[in-house]
Ligand binder design. Structure first.
Ligand SMILES: Cc1cc2nc3c(=O)[nH]c(=O)nc-3n(C[C@H](O)[C@H](O)[C@H](O)COP(=O)(O)OP(=O)(O)OC[C@H]3O[C@@H](n4cnc5c(N)ncnc54)[C@H](O)[C@@H]3O)c2cc1C
Ligand code: FES
Length: 397
């Protein structure tokens, strides 16, 4: 993911101290010095690590379920559209964590929704679909990630998605609509979602209503095929998304900030289309929902056995009073395993935040993927799963 200042014209901020009541601060212009979406209206991101209660289960499609979650800690939630939470469930006595993008907008801060696709053979998605009931509690931690329009200020966006990759779009356009940010003098947004059939289109009625009532929003669907039960019913674009379809639907694509979320094959194809159509790579941002495709560094296997040369850093786990000398490139999580210290972990890719720990001494090289907030890093917190020691270190574990 890239973050670049853009070159579109700048609007000067208006004074909030004027005698007249200031209009809502909705500066959505691409000036890096100007705070983007909902500045002054969206609360600053804050930790939402807590138990939440399942209040509703809403079937969006045959394999997409929205869970409406109510915080147990009183007070509004603060996150940015497109961010995700790590959700922990207890399955057969084992705590299992997965990341889910918050599909509700930050402008509705008293509830949280996640929209979960049933993954064939998937442990947590099946549990959430089949076993988690209204009234049950799960634990969420976050908010995490930087796949958010607020990090990429622009007056024009193209939100491209496929499959469950629509969830950042849902939070984003809901927030923009709630903030009255769409339309003349505000944002111009195209949300283009690709699905297999019309039966797989999530939140279709809601998004089409938003588009009908907000001139700054266009919602475009493409379906690979017709609805199996209603042949001939689909009158929109049929077939895979192509560069020609994209160019016809969004002729000013090269002038938009583009956010892409969907499966790897979809993102590969879209990346090629965007390049062919002249989109600036610095203005194109992607989110992957698959941990396996993550770009976190894979540490080489640590030296094992008695004859392993004691080269590399000395990693000390203060509370456990254990120490290990690990080979260069070994992650701190792996060093903990070698030392017999149990650190919680889930994604092992710097995404979910489960392994978050405190560095007491020394320096680490961390290559995370959004699983930790800058404020936490400033407080010496780090993610052992994607961090290698840069010299000797002491960890609070
Ligand atoms: C930042 C981020 C945001 C996300 N947001 C969303 C979201 O908004 N909505 C959403 O639906 N998902 C989202 N995800 C994906 C989500 O975190 C889970 O990965 C997804 O729900 C699948 O989890 P699972 O436990 O059901 O599947 P897993 O049990 O983790 O299985 C995943 C896949 O591996 C296969 N598999 C499992 N076990 C084996 C095995 N032993 N051998 C071979 N194959 C196996 C399964 O068949 C399945 O295809 C997001 C992920 C990330 C990283
Ligand atoms: S285990 Fe997920 S961030 Fe470390």
């Amino acid at each position: 993911m890239t973050t670049q200042p853009t070159t579109e014209p700048t609007t000067q901020p208006t004074s909030q101290q004027a005698a007249e009541p200031a209009p809502p601060d909705l500066r959505l212009v691409p000036d890096p010095d100007v705070t983007p979406l909902g500045a002054g209206l969206l609360a600053e991101e804050a930790a939402l690590d807590q138990q939440v209660v399942v209040r509703q289960r809403l079937a969006e499609t045959h394999d997409l379920l929205t869970l409406v979650l109510e915080p147990t800690t009183p007070g509004p939630l603060a996150f940015r559209p497109g961010q995700y939470v790590s959700l922990a469930v207890d399955i057969d006595g084992e705590s299992v964590e997965r990341c889910y993008t918050i599909s509700s907008p930050p402008t509705r801060p008293h509830l949280l929704t996640v929209t979960v696709k049933r993954v064939p053979g998937g442990r947590v998605s099946h549990y959430l679909h089949d076993r988690l009931a209204v009234g049950d509690r799960v634990r969420v931690s976050g908010p995490l990630g930087g796949f958010t329009v607020t990090d990429h200020p622009s007056s024009r966006y193209l939100l491209l998605s496929a499959g469950s990759g629509i969830t950042p779009t849902l939070s984003t356009v809901r927030a923009m609509a709630d903030l009255a940010a769409l339309g003349p003098g505000g944002l111009d947004v195209v949300a283009l979602h690709s699905a297999r059939t019309p039966d797989d289109l999530p939140c279709r009625a809601e998004l089409e209503l938003l588009a009908a009532t907000h001139p700054g929003l266009r919602v475009i669907w493409t379906c690979d095929d017709d609805a199996p039960t209603r042949p001939g019913a689909w009158t929109g674009h049929r077939g895979l998304l192509t560069a020609a379809v994209l160019a016809a639907a969004v002729p000013d694509l090269a002038e938009r900030e583009v956010l892409v979320c969907g499966p790897a094959g979809y993102r590969d194809a879209v990346r090629a289309m965007l390049a062919a159509l002249g989109a600036d790579p610095a203005r194109c941002h992607e989110e992957s929902f698959s941990i396996d495709e993550g770009s976190a560094p894979v540490a080489p296997a640590a030296a094992d056995g008695a004859d392993a040369a004691p080269v590399g850093a000395r990693v000390r786990f203060g509370r456990s009073d254990r120490e290990v000398v690990c080979a260069p490139g070994t992650t701190v999580l792996e060093a903990a395993r070698q030392a017999g210290v149990r650190l919680p972990s889930s994604c092992s890719s710097g995404l979910c935040g489960t392994c978050k720990s405190t560095l007491l001494e020394g320096r680490i090289d961390m290559q995370h993927q959004g699983g930790i907030r800058p404020r936490e890093i400033a407080q010496d917190r780090f993610l052992p799963c994607c961090s290698t020691p840069d010299g000797d270190i002491v960890v609070d574990a």
